[in-house]
Design a protein around this ligand. Structure first.
Ligand SMILES: O=P(O)(O)O[C@H]1O[C@H](CO)[C@@H](O)[C@H]1O
Ligand SMILES: O=c1cc[nH]c(=O)[nH]1
Length: 288
């Protein structure tokens, strides 16, 4: 018999749903689309043929339904890898823990987790309007300091290169995880590819300066000049690396698709964000 998870470790609401997502185990499809913005959930589910449930709490809004024969769940994560910690752990518990016995199931389910997010590009040849699939998620936040995780050979070699390139960054311990290869080569097949940096903020952690002065000067040129084994850093956002790393730890498959709204090298921000996001949604849904 496996260990029984305590009421403080796995929090189940009185109606049997999980603490933050407010979902029951049967509410989660095998393919889960995550978006940051709760208002983006209906923008995805409006393409479904049927919607069987709409639930939520806080920034975590979920719709589950069918597109043709495929059952899909779309859930909003809100902003940041602290929220990704909640969403990935709760999705995993919903499918891999028996809520009656509070024990981990013997046969584990592996979800396909596809993020459709917005992002800023840091390469000249990645213009606004590009739809980019993240080959790797490079985390500059602290989430993975708290989890045991292992790196593949490719991830190790890239991380060594990154640590050398950014050796003068103080107090940051980057982590890197590859996309699921199968999802990258199907859903991402026609998309631009690159390493996506996940930042622990939108302003100074992404090289923006409004009034508070930035401690790291020239962050964007530093990121964009990194080259290793044919890879380069293409874009910045706030969730991908956490999703990739926790999905791998928990045995799920993940891909992040980025609607590029900003060109940080040309100092531009899109005046038609909805159109770019919709293009990303359509490109993902037509491959499912
Ligand atoms: O559009 P979403 O998916 O929220 O993604 C991006 O937009 C937010 C910042 O504006 C961050 O969450 C960032 O990752
Ligand atoms: O530049 C950008 C655009 C969208 N989201 C981000 O996190 N950064």
């Amino acid at each position: 018999m496996g260990q029984e998870l305590s009421a403080a470790d796995l929090i189940i609401n009185p109606d049997g749903s999980i603490y933050h997502l407010n979902l029951l185990p049967e509410d989660v499809a095998d393919t889960v689309i995550t978006v940051g913005d709760p208002d983006r959930v209906p923008e995805v589910s409006k393409h479904f043929d049927t919607i069987e449930l709409r639930k939520g709490g806080r920034e975590f809004i979920t719709h589950t339904g069918h597109l043709g024969k495929k059952r899909l769940t779309v859930v909003s994560t809100g902003i940041g890898t602290d929220n990704i910690d909640i969403v990935l752990n709760e999705l995993d518990a919903l499918v891999n823990v028996n809520f009656k016995t509070r024990q981990v199931k013997k046969d584990l389910r592996s979800l396909n987790i596809i993020r459709i997010g917005t992002s800023g590009a840091i390469q000249d040849d990645v213009p606004m309007g590009t739809i980019l699939a993240s080959s790797f998620g490079l985390g500059m936040d602290a989430l993975m300091n708290y989890y045991m995780h292992e790196l593949s050979g490719d991830e190790h070699s890239l991380l060594d290169g990154i640590k050398t390139h950014f050796s003068h960054f103080k107090g940051i311990s980057p982590y890197i995880t590859a996309a699921d290869n199968g999802l990258l080569n199907t859903i991402g097949i026609e998309m631009e590819k690159g390493i996506t940096v996940t930042a622990p903020g939108f302003y100074a952690p992404q090289g923006r300066q409004v009034r508070a002065k930035n401690a790291i000067q020239n962050l964007i040129p530093l990121l964009s000049s990194f080259r290793h084994s044919g890879y380069r850093i293409t874009n910045l956002e706030m969730e991908t690396a956490g999703i990739y790393a926790l999905a791998k730890v928990l045995g799920h498959k993940a891909l992040s698709v980025n609607a590029i709204l900003a060109s940080r090298v040309n100092h531009q921000f899109s005046n038609e964000p909805a159109k770019v996001i919709n293009k990303a949604i359509n490109m993902v849904l037509e491959k499912l």
